[in-house]
Write a protein that binds this ligand. Structure first.
Ligand SMILES: [Zn+2]
Length: 404
């Protein structure tokens, strides 16, 4: 696992996410608008639509991840994790997820500012949270006014695009929580794992993306309480999102793990995998960057390790934040180079096959970059080598696609 973060005291000024986020259309809303993009591959221009609606596609909402040294107020949204499970209420009829606001909760200890979504501020409860029993005069978000009590039974799911989550709970198949019966004093909130949230039917991605991003930060805050250099308790920095060691000055920034998702193509077929454990649906070759390698080298190594293939013509597609494993995923397409005989690593995978474009079965939801890449190839949005007229030249692998 590689931590890209500078830990030498340099400050990174602006970690705002790219404007492309705001430009991505949310295809789940009414009146949605397909986004048409042009992208360039080795001098050829192709058009495609906006693909699926990945978890970070929350437009017209927008994540503002700039640090603020802010104190929580009663109307702010409070996220609370216990054993990796977040406190939330799900309304299956409205297909809406809701987190409590600060005023609905008892003493949560110190609440840490996380981020804002379209002006709504999210804070992380550091201590245990108890919901107030009488909440008649508690401030509530406007969107929550008409929500009926929680009575959801959600299907099982697991939540990883990668065979080995970096940290946190294992991506295992687990039973979801059952809410109290709706008849007598139903519990409006319960705790969900992120895997369980992923299986919920939701009208928009805003809340689940906030949950994934909050989980990423929660996991970092809970694992950065002590200095890794001298062992002293760390303190909050008040100028940027960092923990600082009062004894030795060590600064600790949120950890983000770079990883790749790889669509390996052979003409009109895509290499589909399934992990040996955890996520049970179709996936692509995936893995974490290791020390001393470029992302392109990660692609080559992971494909060789998992399925025993050489690849060429590696082209970048898109990236995706995936908070459950503290990941930043980079998606690449490439072509098998030479012998296309799959030699699967049975320790990581239970399935690896060349699947013709029209026979690709997608994941149950649109959230993952993996799914978008499979969908793109299935629907002909990513050309095979033959369609692009690619010459069998290894120099191709140095070239990148650029999306505009
Ligand atoms: Zn220290």
């Amino acid at each position: 696992m590689l931590n890209f973060r500078p830990e030498d005291g340099r400050k990174r000024k602006d970690r705002r996410l790219p404007d492309a986020w705001a430009k991505t259309k949310n295809k789940k809303g009414n009146g949605r608008d397909e986004q048409s993009l042009l992208f360039l591959v080795q001098g050829h221009i192709f058009a495609r639509d906006g693909g699926s609606t990945m978890i970070q596609d929350i437009a017209p909402a927008r994540l503002d991840n700039a640090f603020r040294d802010a104190a929580a107020e009663a109307s702010d949204t409070l996220v609370s994790f216990e054993n990796g499970k977040i406190l939330a209420a799900y309304d299956p009829e409205a297909e809406r997820l809701r987190f409590p606001c600060v005023g609905e909760c008892g003493d949560a200890g110190e609440a840490v500012y996380l981020f804002s979504v379209s002006g709504r501020r999210f804070f992380l409860a550091e201590g245990e949270v108890s919901l107030r029993k009488r909440d008649g005069d508690m401030p509530r978000p406007a969107a929550a006014e008409s929500q009926p009590p929680l009575s959801a039974v959600v299907p099982a799911a697991s939540d990883s695009q990668l065979p080995r989550p970096a940290e946190g709970p294992a991506a295992s198949e687990s039973r979801p929580p059952r809410a109290a019966e709706a008849s007598s004093s139903p519990a409006p909130f319960t705790r969900f794992s992120l895997q369980e949230l992923r299986a919920l039917k939701l009208r928009e991605n805003t809340e689940i993306f906030a949950a994934y991003t909050a989980y990423h930060l929660w996991n970092w805050y809970r694992t950065s309480r002590f200095c890794g250099a001298c062992g002293s308790p760390t303190a909050y920095d008040h100028t940027e999102r960092a923990k600082v060691c009062p004894a030795c000055g060590n600064r600790i920034y949120p950890r983000i793990n770079p990883a790749v998702i790889v669509g390996v193509t052979r003409g009109d077929s895509l290499l589909i995998t399934r992990y040996r454990e955890g996520f049970r649906h179709n996936a692509l070759v995936a893995g974490f960057a290791e020390i001393g390698e470029t992302l392109e080298e990660t692609v080559q190594r992971e494909v060789m390790e998992e399925v025993g293939l050489k690849v060429r013509n590696i082209r970048y597609y898109k990236s995706q934040p995936w908070g459950i494993a503290s990941d930043l995923l980079a998606g690449f397409f490439c072509e098998v180079d030479g012998d296309d005989t799959i030699r699967m690593d049975p320790h990581e995978l239970k399935y690896a096959e060349w699947v013709p474009r029209k026979e690709i079965v997608l994941q149950p939801s649109d959230y993952s970059l993996t799914n978008e890449m499979m969908k793109l190839f299935r629907d002909g949005g990513w050309p095979s080598g033959e369609e692009r007229g690619t010459a069998p030249d290894r120099r191709d692998s140095d070239q990148l696609c650029s999306a505009v």
